[in-house]
Design a protein around this ligand. Structure first.
Ligand code: C5P
Length: 403
């Protein structure tokens, strides 16, 4: 499925070595269904030719504000009115400074000033230029003017130095553009999500955990943020980075045990939507040892278990019901080894929740793909095998219709 179908993107290119990545970026945007109109500064044309960009996008490239190919000779107005978004990648320190001051002395800066659509910048520059107080002043001013910045990232730079200032990779920029265009169906809503496994300590070096990677919960956190929600993600021990968008941040709380997760969730229970995606341990160790348990001949240590609190059940039981609707609206997850629909339906009723999401198939743990069965109070809906982020976006759209 193409995620940018019918979207019109003006791709601005400024003069920096990262401009060579624009060819790939244009291809990726087009692959997702967007039409791409390139506008370059004179300096950009030193790094990548207008011919390359015209051949790749199938559209004439504009570099000059006096370009007579535009019927009324007002390229800055015509090009910006035709765009759903202006994306500038790479954005130089010079252009950032100009835009922050409202200067307009070439086609690209003039069309940014004349625009009536959102503007997204992907900065790329040497780390000293990025850290310079003048550039940081531009960053603050641009953000205050609601101009979104994609990156920069940190890493090896073309000049041989290492640090902040690298342009995001074309794949990441494309993902951010797709995120930007998601429907804001959860604008103003507070969303709480538990994700990942929990870890129950036996002693300081051993414990019991499970195979949950956290990927599905993190994907739902990202999709909720993309949909305009304020998101609090409570994560069990996992290696995943917190999803970051140009337009917002996720609040993340890292926990270890089910009891920690329960306490963090209870402290944030005042929300509109709760997704219980975590694979929470059913039992904690009743008698964890403060010191590492030593082997003593052939004796086998005895581990006693004690039940963990059920986070989803507790939150669902304390939820309010107004006009037959639960608040917060609680969504549970079920990973079953057999008879998924039957077990998940039973779990949905036992927990008193309007929707449970069944993971179909045995290969869900750690995989980037999944397929889901949504079981709600009026029927079922299958979401076909797809990347977890795609499914998370579909799930968010579905849930928004139920609120
Ligand atoms: O009861 P069971 O573990 O089978 O139910 C799974 C669902 O309940 C998942 O949504 C899981 O996140 C949630 N759960 C929970 N707290 C627990 C156990 C499960 O929130 N202690």
């Amino acid at each position: 499925m193409q995620s940018l179908l019918y979207k019109k993107i003006v791709l601005g290119i400024t003069g920096g070595i990262a401009a060579y990545k624009c060819a790939e970026l244009a291809r990726l945007l087009i692959q997702e269904g967007a039409s791409v109109q390139v506008v370059m500064t004179d300096a950009a044309a030193q790094f990548i030719t207008p011919v390359t960009m015209q051949a790749l996008t199938g559209n004439p490239v504009y570099t000059n504000q006096w370009d007579a190919r535009i019927y009324n000779n007002m390229a800055h107005i015509e090009l910006s009115r035709a765009a759903d978004v202006i994306l500038i990648a790479p954005t130089s320190a010079d252009l950032m400074a100009k835009l922050s001051l409202g200067l307009a002395d070439d086609l690209l800066s003039t069309l940014c000033l004349a625009r009536d659509c959102p503007l997204l910048l992907a900065p790329a520059m040497n780390l000293q230029m990025w850290q310079h107080p003048a550039t940081q002043r531009s960053v603050d001013r641009l953000r205050a003017d609601h101009i979104a910045l994609l990156g920069p990232a940190s890493g090896a730079q073309a000049c041989g130095e290492v640090g902040m200032g690298r342009m995001l990779e074309p794949t990441e920029i494309t993902e951010q553009i797709i995120a930007f265009f998601q429907k804001k169906v959860l604008a103003g809503k507070r969303v709480l999500i538990t994700a990942g496994p929990t870890f129950e300590a036996i002693d300081p070096v051993r414990g019991i955990t499970n195979r949950s990677s956290g990927k599905m919960g993190f994907a739902i956190a990202r999709a909720a943020l993309e949909a305009g929600a304020e998101v609090h993600l409570i994560a069990g021990p996992c290696e995943l980075g917190t999803p970051l968008l140009a337009t917002g941040k996720i609040q993340r709380t890292d926990v270890v045990s089910a009891k920690d997760m329960y306490e963090a969730a209870m402290a944030s229970r005042d929300c509109d939507l709760f997704f219980a995606v975590a694979a929470v341990a059913d039992w904690a160790i009743a008698n964890p040892s403060k010191e590492k348990i030593k082997r003593q001949g052939k004796a086998i240590p005895k581990i006693e278990f004690t039940p963990n609190p059920d986070i989803l059940l507790t939150l669902a039981q304390s939820a309010k019901k107004t006009q037959g609707k639960q608040h917060p609206y609680c969504v549970g997850f079920a990973a079953e080894s057999a008879r998924l629909e039957e077990h998940a339906q039973e779990k949905r009723k036992r927990k008193g929740i309007p929707l449970i999401v069944g993971n179909i198939g045995p290969d869900t743990f750690g995989s980037d793909l999944n397929q889901l069965l949504l079981i709600h109070d009026r029927g079922t809906k299958k979401l076909a095998k797809a990347p977890k982020l795609t499914l998370a976006r579909q799930l968010i759209q579905f849930v928004a219709t139920q609120l």
